[in-house]
Design a protein around this ligand. Structure first.
Ligand SMILES: [Fe+2]
Length: 290
């Protein structure tokens, strides 16, 4: 979230309606966890296991890892006697949380055929049931203490939903049969708006999250804010040209243009001379921290 240099950061008053907090946590947990599984519906069992490069994680690893996160940072926190589904899963499905223990090395995640996909789903179900039981029995201050952990875990899971899609697309790209995740009709050319460069002038801005950052609709990871506590970051951003719509890197007229961001989401030019001519520049946005 960005504010102008002259606005005063604000904070949000946390809700204390415990019934609403509990209901919100339950509903949101079910919604997010279910959506992870919906994203897997186009896959067959073999798709879940492949690691097509060291930076790709198998789908099976993702869906187990996000459950491990809840076991480690919510269920065990709430009950030190929480019976882990499998004592060795923490080693397999930890990612980079070194403080909570050793982990299996990332480039070898694709070598793990056990637990099976079916067993991994059973693990998810086990964690779901324990989460719902925990939320059902928590009350008062303890519920409010748990709420940020649940919210963090759900946003972590949504982060992995994005990674799952990115990774399975790379997995499919390695297959000469070119399987597709979701077939769709190409967009007719006539409906694509004209390519336009949108100028953004140089300026000073505050970046960082406003508010406490732990509510569902106003979430931020801890290094993003809140502005009121950390003061945020004041930056000077250079003038840039951005493309006014999504593009493909192969689109006519963009030959040789550098990309900024994932999947060609945005193109920028940071060279004032080229920018003045309406030309794209290098794919870099050199912001100065003030
Ligand atoms: Fe993660």
């Amino acid at each position: 979230m960005t504010t102008s240099a002259h606005e005063t950061p604000t904070t949000t008053v946390p809700t204390t309606d415990l019934g609403a907090v509990k209901l919100g946590l339950v509903e949101r947990s079910q919604q997010v966890r279910r959506f992870t599984e919906q994203l897997c519906e186009p896959l067959v069992t073999e798709d879940y296991v492949i690691q097509s490069m060291p930076d790709v994680s198998p789908t099976k690893w993702h869906i187990a890892h996000v459950s491990w996160f809840f076991e480690t940072f919510l269920l065990t926190w709430a009950d030190p006697e929480y019976p882990s589904y499998h004592p060795r899963f923490a080693y397999l499905f930890n990612s980079y949380y070194n403080a909570v223990g050793p982990r299996h090395c990332r480039p070898k995640r694709g070598l793990i055929s056990r637990p099976t996909v079916e067993e991994t789903y059973e693990y998810r179900q086990y964690v779901n049931e324990h989460m719902l039981a925990l939320l059902d029995r928590l009350d008062g201050p303890r519920l409010l203490e748990a709420a940020p952990r649940v919210t963090l875990g759900l946003h972590h899971e949504q982060q992995h939903q994005e990674l799952m899609l990115m990774d399975i697309k790379h997995v499919f790209s390695q297959n000469p049969l070119y399987p597709v995740y979701a077939a769709h009709e190409p967009v007719p050319v006539a409906t694509v708006p004209t390519l336009e460069w949108v100028p953004f002038s140089e300026g000073v801005s505050w970046i960082g999250h406003e508010g406490p950052g732990y509510s569902f609709d106003s979430f931020a990871f801890d290094n993003e804010g809140p502005l009121a506590v950390h003061g945020g970051w004041r930056i000077r951003a250079p003038g840039v040209l951005a493309l006014g719509r999504l593009v493909r890197h192969t689109e006519p007229g963009l030959e040789g243009t550098a990309l900024l961001g994932a999947a060609g989401r945005r193109l920028v030019g940071d060279d004032p001379e080229r920018a003045a001519q309406g030309q794209p520049g290098r794919a870099r946005l050199p912001c100065e921290l003030l």
